[in-house]
Design a protein around this ligand. Structure first.
Ligand SMILES: *Cc1c(COP(=O)(O)O)cnc(C)c1O
Ligand code: SF4
Length: 346
């Protein structure tokens, strides 16, 4: 069971009144839906969804921001956005081959919060918190409680990065690194930027998709002005996600000159057909975001019902190749514990 204690409150207590505009996202976060009965009620779903949702949410709590909820169709239990967040009885099954650490994170941990698997780049678990709980999350069982929380806790990881001159890129991941306040994020980025051999800062985040008001002008300046070249990798899985506030937020990030990529997880019942995948890629390109990876599902316990066979994934990629410009087709990959890079599926 991961320690998700931080998830239930905004990350720090700073009076909201002090900075009303910049704090809108934290108010949105505080209002996010955490009760399965509220979700079922607001979307007018049948009562039969309540009991399984309550039980599965005991293992991994429900969390959905209102902005994301607004992009779902009421009354449709098969809505592709709802399926990503609705706890199901299926999660309680544990078929063989599905584990707590499917990608070998623990073997690659170099210091508290630092995972170094691939040449030239290392990943920092900036926080265990997220603004949404994706039921298929490969880190749903990650022991976040053992990772750094305060600036001092980061010293061993920063020392390790400073001592390895091959590291040119630091990736902030989590959880979701944009759950940190600008103040904390700025402090962490500032420390990273002081290490001479680090040139690029990559942020892997789902907040622009599920809580678009997180992309404030202050945050964008912070990313742009750190002295490191910023790359943001967002995480959208379905074309309905790239709408309204979210599309505007992505456009603003791209307009400010931040290279923005997207990764998608191939998910049964969400995006395992050519039409939604092609539409997602087109909508991303239309707002200036480049489709980067289509990920085969990591085999984490509780997510088996989302798995799509690789043969299907290969056919989908082939369909995308026939329909889209080359730059709009993501690379189909799988992460294999112990490998030197993501494994391309061809
Ligand atoms: C996925 C991943 C990366 C980034 O890999 P890219 O192929 O460069 O996107 C880096 N570190 C870890 C631990 C990863 O899981
Ligand atoms: S936002 Fe990312 S880390 Fe958080 S639950 Fe979703 S997939 Fe997992």
């Amino acid at each position: 069971m991961p320690d998700r204690g931080e998830t239930f409150a905004p990350p720090e207590s700073e009076p909201l009144a002090a900075a009303p505009v910049a704090s809108n996202w934290r108010r949105s976060l505080a209002r996010a839906i955490r009760d399965p009965d509220v979700l079922v009620g607001q979307l007018c779903l049948g009562d039969e969804h309540r009991q399984p949702a309550r039980r599965a949410a005991e293992l991994f709590p429900l969390l959905v921001p209102e902005s994301y909820l607004k992009r779902m169709r009421p009354g449709d239990p098969r809505d592709p956005l709802l399926r990503q967040v609705l706890p199901l009885g299926d999660e309680l099954q544990a078929p063989p081959g599905f584990s707590d650490d499917p990608v070998g994170d623990s073997a690659a941990r170099r210091a508290p919060g630092l995972i170094h698997k691939y040449s030239g780049r290392a990943l920092l678990i900036a926080t265990g918190s997220c603004a949404v709980h994706c039921r298929y999350c490969f880190r749903r069982e990650y022991p976040y409680g053992e990772e750094p929380r305060r600036m001092d806790d980061w010293r061993p990881a920063l020392t390790e990065i400073a001592s390895d001159a091959t590291l040119h890129e630091i990736i902030l991941s989590g959880g979701d690194p944009l759950m940190l306040t600008d103040e904390r994020l700025g402090a962490l980025i500032g420390e990273i930027a002081r290490i001479p051999h680090v040139r690029r800062l990559r942020i892997h985040t789902r907040l622009p998709i599920v809580l678009p008001d997180r992309l404030t002008p202050e945050l964008i300046s912070l990313l742009r002005d750190s002295g490191l070249t910023p790359v943001v990798v967002v995480h959208a899985n379905h074309p309905h996600e790239i709408a309204g506030d979210c599309a505007a937020a992505l456009r603003s990030l791209v307009r400010c000159g931040v290279t923005t990529l997207n990764q998608t997880v191939l998910l049964r019942g969400v995006n395992d057909r050519a039409d939604p995948l092609a539409e997602l890629c087109e909508r991303l390109i239309d707002v200036g975001v480049i489709p980067y990876y289509l990920h085969q599902l990591d085999r984490v316990r509780g997510a088996a019902h989302f798995e799509v066979p690789e043969a299907t994934g290969l056919k989908l990629i082939e369909a995308l190749r026939r329909r889209l410009p080359g730059y709009a087709v993501p690379k189909y990959v799988r992460e294999t514990a112990g490998e030197a890079a993501k494994t391309p599926l061809l």
